[in-house]
Design a protein around this ligand. Structure first.
Ligand code: ZN
Ligand code: ZN
Length: 378
């Protein structure tokens, strides 16, 4: 159990980064790509440890190809930060100065006619600039070409995800003690954000407080509705701790729950349990969705479970693999994802229960371990 304050940092070694870059090149080659262009965003952080403080119109790009050392092209004024941040040996850092053409510099690293994978987070102006500078080149979405590149986590990454989960759990334990009735959803959301930071998160990505009818909208964040006695409230919150994500949901009730809230909550609890119990190596992602959905469908609420069962998590809080019908990717030890079934009754209330789960040799192991019983708050 976390006691708050900054968590102990689990260091990545320079070999961790070097291995990731080698794997990225090998995966790209297998996918029929001539290399990768990685712009600022989750892949660049994962591959090099470098997270530029400001992502701007100045071109920053990591070029990974099988025929040369990885090369990070940065604006001259960012070079000191990049040198301080990158954790990988054998990474060649080169810079371009204002007044130079950065796309000509990037083009010198990419062969004419090449098919390159490019980060989904790349700015269109940067893609177009490189494309115009490299004759006959073409580009593919990095996430679509290599969806499993970051999906299997190593031991140091698992430790960070576990720490992020423990901090989210500590936040949930603490939010149970605040007053809900008579306050606005945004007030409780602000409490959640403050607690996530107190328990070590450096970034808060979402703080959903869906009270009463608002809970029936899975994308509702938090609004100015005043919370009333009798409301079911969907709480769904997370962010980044040491660069790795947390994401957990619990549904609480203000005062005594109605029989219907109790019943719906129990169906979702059993569905979530069934989803977690279906996790083991070799099982297709869609089987996790099917296991959770079957419980909800059998209880008569199939039409009211209106989203996929889960998503991967790592340096972002939403990434492959997705637990969805049609996804046949088999689970592999080290994958981490959410299991988060829900039931949404329009105009009335919603229930969602969510844990982050990692695949181990023997089954699924949760990174969120707070009680999944329906908790009564004040
Ligand atoms: Zn969530
Ligand atoms: Zn989620």
């Amino acid at each position: 159990m976390s006691t708050g304050g900054p968590q102990a940092r689990v260091p990545f070694t320079s070999e961790d980064y070097a291995a990731r870059m080698r794997r990225a090149v090998a995966d790209a080659t297998r996918a029929g790509l001539d290399g990768l262009l990685v712009m600022p965003g989750p892949e660049l952080v994962w591959l090099t440890g470098y997270r530029p403080t400001a992502i701007t119109e100045r071109l920053t790009v990591l070029v990974l190809t099988p025929d040369r050392e990885p090369t990070l092209l940065v604006p001259t004024l960012e070079r000191p930060d990049a040198e301080a941040a990158v954790g990988a040996p054998g990474l060649d850092i080169v810079d371009w100065a204002d007044g130079e053409d950065p796309f000509a510099r990037a083009a010198a690293l990419v062969r004419a006619g090449a098919t390159m994978g490019i980060s989904d987070s790349a700015w269109a102006m940067h893609l177009i600039g490189v494309q115009d500078a490299v004759p006959g080149s073409s580009y593919r979405s990095l996430t679509q070409s290599l969806p499993m590149l970051r999906a299997v986590k190593d031991a140091a990454e698992l430790a960070r995800l576990e720490a992020a989960g423990a901090a989210a759990d500590a936040t949930y334990e603490q939010i149970l003690g605040v007053r809900f009735a008579g306050r606005k959803e945004t007030d409780v959301a602000a409490d959640l954000a403050r607690m996530l930071r107190e328990f070590g998160h450096e970034q808060v990505d979402f703080t959903v407080v869906g009270s009463g009818p608002n809970g029936a909208d899975p994308h509702h964040e938090a609004g100015h509705r005043t919370i009333e006695v009798g409301d079911a409230i969907v709480l769904d919150f997370g962010g980044l701790l040491d660069g790795y994500g947390s994401d957990t949901s619990r549904t609480v009730c203000v005062g005594e729950p109605s029989a219907e809230i109790r019943q719906v909550h129990e169906v979702v609890r059993l569905a979530q349990q069934a989803g977690v119990e279906a996790v083991r190596p070799g099982v297709a992602c869609q089987e996790i969705d099917r296991a959770a959905r079957a419980v909800i469908t059998d209880a008569g609420y199939g039409e009211r479970f209106i989203h996929r069962t889960g998503h991967g998590i790592g340096t972002t809080t939403h990434e492959p693999p997705y637990m969805i019908e049609g996804e046949e990717q088999p689970l592999v030890p080290g994958m981490c994802f959410s299991v988060e079934p829900g039931i949404y009754l329009p105009g009335r209330f919603g229930v969602r229960i969510e844990d982050i789960v990692t695949v181990t040799e023997s089954g699924g192991q949760r990174f969120n371990n707070t009680s999944r019983d329906l908790h009564v708050v004040e």
